[in-house]
Design a protein around this ligand. Structure first.
Ligand SMILES: Cc1cc2nc3c(=O)[nH]c(=O)nc-3n(C[C@H](O)[C@H](O)[C@H](O)COP(=O)(O)O)c2cc1C
Length: 357
């Protein structure tokens, strides 16, 4: 089983990717960047481009295979331009966003908006994969190619999970590197229980339609219990030791028939040590969480000028992390109220007296 850190807009930026990798990264097989927009004018926004520059991958010994850049695009032409640019930066894989539920994205027929028009999506993928195929024909060695490999991150549909039937047939027709399925439809946004039955049905239809990509599950894996329940549902091995071993050995069929990886978003924000725990290792320690938070603060402060704005960024993490602290409402309030670096760190020190493990 492989584990991935999910793409999260404004969150899985380079400071988090590097610092997480450095402290808790053992066992996390890939980190996905937040989406980078493939605009019609074929220019990346400055801040988006900066996030994926090769020198930003300080903690990765082989970033081309460990960091995946996610692209948001509404047509093949824009996507292919962006993918080519990302390959020039050395990355071996890009991921197409087919799940973002934001109305501004959906209304431009991007993200989950593409799921509303499967025939358009099919045409777009056809154009993309034709270019990738021609590239592979021209250059035998992957390193010489113009385009990186392509993985997809989809939902089960826009408003109804029965839409997955057609979507899976479409995906199965192309040599996708990996298919991540967030087990929800767009109208669920991020709420409610993942649709496990619909997920299982989608995987089955994908395979029956000849789909050969690795399959990655995504949705609400935030504890060992959640993982065990998922594995039971999917008839997979439930011993954490097996989870560890499977990842280490390249077993023959690479788990191609079932689910071979799990993508985790909010679970890793709440518990940065979650993957270690899922692989049978120790739980989150106060000391490492403190180091992680201090490094994150410094990482953000290096490019965000005002203390208050750095603190706002840290509050996005505290929104998930406060669960590790008991009777800490007052300290959390002080973190939220802090206006300067010193006030912030004083409030965090106080908060850590409530660490509950
Ligand atoms: C704040 C936030 C930002 C997100 N940004 C992205 C994104 O840029 N690209 C994407 O594919 N998914 C994005 N997602 C969705 C996550 O990658 C993931 O699919 C979702 O959170 C469900 O997984 P989880 O239950 O493990 O968090 C975002 C989710 C959240 C909560």
């Amino acid at each position: 089983m492989r584990f991935y850190f999910a793409p999260m807009e404004g969150i899985t930026l380079y400071p988090l990717r590097n610092i997480h990798r450095e402290i808790f990264g053992e066992g996390v097989d890939k980190y996905f960047t937040p989406f980078i927009t493939a605009a019609h004018n074929h220019h990346f926004k400055n801040r988006e481009k900066k996030d994926v520059l090769p020198e930003r991958n300080m903690s990765f010994d082989c970033y081309p295979d460990q960091v995946v850049v996610q692209i948001m695009a509404g047509c093949s032409d824009d996507f292919l331009w962006a993918a080519k640019e990302i390959k020039k930066l050395g990355y071996n894989e890009v991921n197409l966003n087919l799940g973002c539920p934001a109305p501004t994205v959906v209304n431009r027929r991007k993200g989950a908006g593409l799921l509303q028009d499967p025939e358009y999506l099919d045409g777009m993928l056809k154009e993309i994969f034709t270019a990738l195929k021609d590239d592979a024909k021209t250059f035998e060695e992957a390193k010489d190619r113009v385009y990186p490999e392509l993985s997809l991150k989809t939902r089960l549909g826009f408003s109804d999970d029965a839409e997955a039937d057609r979507l899976m047939e479409i995906y199965a027709a192309y040599p996708v590197k990996e298919l991540t399925i967030h087990a929800r439809v767009r109208e669920d946004y991020y709420a409610g229980a993942p649709r496990l039955d619909a997920y299982k049905r989608a995987v089955k239809i994908y395979r029956e339609s000849g789909g050969n990509a690795d399959i990655c599950y995504n949705g609400n894996i935030d504890s060992k219990e959640a993982l065990c329940m998922l594995m039971e549902e999917l008839d997979m091995k439930t011993d954490p030791k097996d989870v560890l071993l499977e990842s280490q050995s390249e077993n023959e069929d690479k788990g191609k028939r079932g689910t071979s990886s799990i993508m985790i978003g909010r679970g890793l924000l709440s518990n940065p040590a979650l993957v270690r725990e899922l692989r049978g290792g120790k739980g989150l320690l106060a000391s490492e969480l403190k180091t992680y938070l201090n490094k994150l603060y410094e990482g953000y402060a290096a490019y965000i000028p005002e203390d208050r704005n750095v603190i706002f960024k840290m509050l996005e993490h505290w929104a998930f992390l406060h669960v590790h602290f008991k009777d800490s409402d007052k300290s959390l309030k002080n973190i939220r109220k802090s206006r300067s670096r010193d006030e912030y760190h004083a409030a965090v020190n106080e908060m850590f007296t409530h660490f509950d493990h």
